[in-house]
Ligand binder design. Structure first.
Ligand code: ES4
Ligand code: ZN
Length: 326
């Protein structure tokens, strides 16, 4: 289902997107069918009834379970192509997507299968959809850091076309400090770095991601508002924060959309962008997220323009491409 891009939404970059979080219920059933998998749900409606979350973990449980239908390179390519088609309709012109290679490795899917499948769709994206792309390998913080380092070495050895690494999955109790070695290795290899921090976890994790992992961007970071000194630092250092409004509502990181801190973040002068996170699970793609915040907060054209420009400037796209999109 495609909804037309908001005419008032300028061209933007999507910087916080988990490709496995774009797996729509219809595609889950289609892939299950072609792979001979019997799903634990009798119908689409029965699956859709499961999309009510109380916190991050309640979502992650379904997210990881649904991935079981991804078996072949073609499955990964089809999922990625479906996302790109929908993103183009949303007005997205550049996307930096995360994928979770470990989530596939632990269920027996070789690194080559998931990476090649996603990359096959990305390679055709500029021509097919007018969307430039970059791939970020995200590591699961609720699994051992040694495993993450092994997977990074394998990605480097196979010359996987990744531009950076990220850190995701269950945040609370899994602080950034365990991954210092992983991030050092990534930097040595010339990769860019991002990390989820301050989504459900404390503002202290945002500081750790900056000081210990030396990340270029923070994914989410909404909990920075608990610490006024940290807010001032983020403003001063112009650290990009990739905000995902509908995700925060659906995972109850905020009480309601009206209570979302995005307006305060703009007021403070934080470098924020609007992103969709796991659009198949949280009720919307980039345009849906823009529309939601526009309606909730009555943002004007200048504010929407700033959010879009921030996304392009905070991207890892080459300067020429950034200039083209601004
Ligand atoms: C995620 Cl919303 C979110 N937070 C942390 N890890 C994730 N993986 C996929 N979506
Ligand atoms: Zn995320």
């Amino acid at each position: 289902p495609t909804t037309p891009a908001l005419s008032s939404t300028p061209p933007c970059a999507e910087l916080h997107l988990h490709i496995e979080g774009t797996l729509e219920p219809e595609l889950i059933f289609e892939l299950a069918g072609r792979n001979g998998i019997t799903l634990p749900y009798a119908s689409l409606d029965e699956l859709r009834a499961r999309y009510r979350f109380t916190d991050l973990q309640s979502f992650l449980d379904l997210y990881y379970a649904n991935m079981d239908v991804l078996r072949t390179e073609a499955d990964f390519a089809d999922m990625t192509r479906a996302y790109l088609r929908r993103a183009a309709a949303a007005g997205v012109r550049h996307v930096e997507m995360m994928m979770d290679p470990q989530a596939h490795l632990v269920r027996g899917i070789p690194l080559e299968t998931s990476v090649r499948g996603v990359c096959a769709a990305l390679a055709a994206s500029e021509e097919e959809f007018g969307i430039s792309t970059a791939l970020i390998a995200a590591f699961l913080r609720d699994r051992p850091a040694e495993e993450a380092l092994d997977v990074l070495e394998d990605l480097l050895a196979m010359e996987a076309p990744i531009i950076g690494i990220g850190l995701d999955s269950a945040e609370v109790g899994n602080p950034p400090e365990a991954f210092i070695g992983l991030y050092r290795r990534a930097r040595e290899a010339g990769l860019r770095t991002v990390a989820h921090a301050g989504e459900e976890g404390p503002s202290h994790y945002i500081e750790q991601a900056l000081d210990l992992l030396l990340v270029d961007r923070i994914d989410h970071g909404i909990r920075c508002l608990d610490d006024p000194e940290l807010v001032q630092r983020l403003v001063h250092e112009k650290i990009p924060l990739t905000i995902c409004p509908l995700s925060n509502v659906r995972l109850q990181a905020v009480d309601s959309l009206a209570a979302h801190p995005l307006p305060q973040m703009l007021e403070h002068g934080l470098n924020i962008s609007v992103n969709s996170d796991d659009p198949a699970y949280f009720g919307g793609y980039a345009d849906d997220n823009f529309r939601a915040v526009q309606e909730a907060f009555g943002l004007d054209r200048a504010q929407l323009g700033l959010l879009a420009a921030n996304s392009i400037e905070a991207s890892f796209a080459p300067p020429g491409r950034r200039a083209e999109l601004l």
